[in-house]
Design a protein. Sequence first.
Length: 368
Amino acid sequence: MKNVSFKILVFASVMTIKAQNTVGETEVFATTAQAVGNISFSYTGDLVYSHHPFFSPENRVMIMDAKTKESKPFPNKSWNTPRTTDDHYLSNVLGIRNDKNGIIWMLDMAQRNDVTPKIVGWNTQKNQLERIYYLPKSVIPAIAQPNDMVVDTKNGYFIIADEGIGNGGDGSKAAFILVNMKTGKARRILEGTRTTQPENTPTIIKGKHLAVNGKDLLVGNDGITADANFEYVYYGPLNGTKIYRVKTLDLINPKLTETELEAKIDVYAEKPNNGGMSIDKKGNLYLTALETNSVAVVLAKDQTNQTLIQDPRLVWPDGVSYNHVDGYMYVSAAQVNRGAVFNNGQSTATKPFYIFRFKPIVKGVSFR
C-alpha cells in the first residue's frame, strides 16, 4: 500500500499531520460530552456505543443517528435507570457488539449495582428485548472484569475476554468466559495462563506510567476479535507484546483439558499495549495503540505491524469497530488515562470526547 499524506478533516494542524508516519486517512465523525468506550451499529448503521464505565456515566449506552449525530439512551431511558424492583437495566457496560441479525449485545459487568452480571441482547429491527444471558458467580469471581467479546453466531457462543482487574485484581487471574447461546451455560477457562495474564510491560503515555497508588496497572485478556468465518479467535492482554490465535472450535471444545488447549494456541504477531481489536475480510488486524494516540494494523500477509492512523486528540483509543453500512471503521478516544484514579484524585479529562472514523485497508468484518 502506498504511503499517503495523513490528513485530519477537521481543524487540525497541517504541520502536526505531516509529522505523522501513517498510511491512512481519518476524520472526526462526532464529538460527545462523555467518554465513549466501545462502538457497535444498529441494523441501519446508526452508532450504538457504551459510555465508558470508568467515568460512572448516568446513561450507560447511547444510540447516535448516523446522519443527524443526535444521541439518546439505548435502548431507552428505562434500561439506563437502576431500580430495586427488577434487574432489567444496564448497570455497567463497556463491551458491546452487533450481530448479523441486527441485535446489539451488551456486556453488563454489573459492578456499580448489586445485580448479576449479564449479556443483554436488543433487537434493533424489532426494537425489543431479544434475550438476557446471566453470568453466574462461578465464572465471575470478585477479581473478574469482563471487558469485550466475540459474538460467534456460527458456532453459537459468546467468547468473553476477562481482564482480571476487578475489585483490586492485578490481572494475574485474567481468563476467558464462554457462554453457550442455546443453553445459556457458562464456563471459565484459561484463568491466569500464559496467554491471558499480562506481561510486565507498563502502559506509559508521554513518559507517565498508568499507575494506581504508585503501582503500575497491568491488565490481562482484553482485545479480542474473530475472522469473517469465525475460524480463528485473535486476542491478547492489554499489557503484552503478543497477539495470540486459536481455532474457535478448539477454544469452545469442552472435551479439551486446559493443557491440551494451551498447546493449540499460537503466537500470531507482535503488538503494542492495546485495547480494542478488529479485523477485515482479508485478516488484517486493527489495534488501538494506547500509548501513541493511534490505531495500528497487523498485516495478514506477513504479520508485521505499522501505524495506520494517528492524531493527538486520539487519547486512549478504545473500541474499534466496522460499520457495515458506510464502510468505515470507527474508534473512540476515551481519555481513561486522564481519570482521577491515575491523577492524584483529580480528573484531567477534557471535553469534547471524540469519535473518529477511517477506511480500513479492505472491507471490515461487521458481525463478530
